[in-house]
Design a protein around this ligand. Structure first.
Ligand code: SAH
Length: 245
């Protein structure tokens, strides 16, 4: 028996056609797939008929199956199978805890490979007609976690550092939308600064709400998840670049 390999695979943002060729090839020969809540569960239909599925479904920011337990599950399946797919939304190393899982596997002496995926942080804005950079508008962008443990007195996000015109993409932030908008106004951004919230991006249920830092919360708070927040002048380009739906 060849030695087991755990493939930490990015599943892309939702549109199944945005899976990489490599990820599809691995899913099609997987003996077991350990998966999170995926933007597109149809991916699992590509697996072999006798593939075992293990749902460790994380919901936004909350982890129904604790990370330690997920790590243990990965180790357990590596003792039973050789082709193991650990499937994650978007890219496994962008807020996907892929790095933690890889470190754990290394520690246990289990081989792993990383299969990068199309991250939602760039592709979801793209499907809403929002380029994260644009010559003459903005030269950089940042991807930030919008999920901060409640009750924390000091924020680990350096809000002051956002006082530039960089495009800001917040993941896992919908439930903190009000706080995020008011923090950005607090550091000196205009109340009229453009913001978009994109829900279920790249899927047929994609919804995009464009507003300002002042109005976004009221307009977007009830959108379904997964959703991300884009802050920056590039949001205005959607008016002309909107192409999907
Ligand atoms: N590893 C993932 C991100 C994991 S964090 C990646 O690279 O895309 C999960 C967050 O990603 C969600 O809370 C949401 O903010 C964002 N997200 C993922 N898929 C999305 C989608 N289809 N539409 C909008 N936001 C999405």
């Amino acid at each position: 028996m060849s030695s087991p390999i755990v493939y930490l695979v990015g599943a892309g943002p939702g549109d199944i056609d945005l899976m990489t060729v490599k990820s599809l090839r691995l899913v099609r020969k997987a003996q077991v797939i350990v998966y999170d809540r995926l933007a597109n569960p149809d991916i699992l239909k590509e697996a072999p008929a006798d593939c075992e599925f293990i749902d460790v479904g994380k919901t936004d920011g909350h982890h129904p199956v604790k990370q330690d337990k997920i790590n243990e599950i990965l180790y357990e399946v590596s003792q039973k199978y050789t082709n193991i797919v650990r499937l994650k939304g978007g890219d496994p190393f962008v807020f996907g805890r892929g790095g933690e899982e890889a470190l754990y596997l290394k520690d246990k002496g289990v081989k792993f490979e990383i299969v990068p995926g199309v991250t939602s942080s760039i592709s979801v804005p793209a499907y809403a007609g929002i380029p994260v950079t644009q010559r003459g508008v903005v030269t950089s962008f940042r991807v930030i976690t919008g999920h901060e443990a409640k009750g924390k007195t000091k924020s680990s996000i350096e809000w002051e550092s956002f006082n530039t015109n960089e495009t800001l993409v917040f993941l896992m932030g919908l439930h903190n939308l009000k706080m995020i908008a008011s923090k950005l106004i607090g550091i000196g951004k205009s109340k009229d600064y453009p913001v978009a919230v994109i829900s279920k991006g790249t899927t047929k249920d994609q919804k995009v709400v464009v507003a300002t830092l002042e109005t976004i919360y009221e307009k977007a708070k009830d959108l379904p998840t997964p959703a991300l927040i884009v802050v920056g002048e590039v949001v205005n380009l959607r008016e002309n670049l909107q192409w999907f739906n």
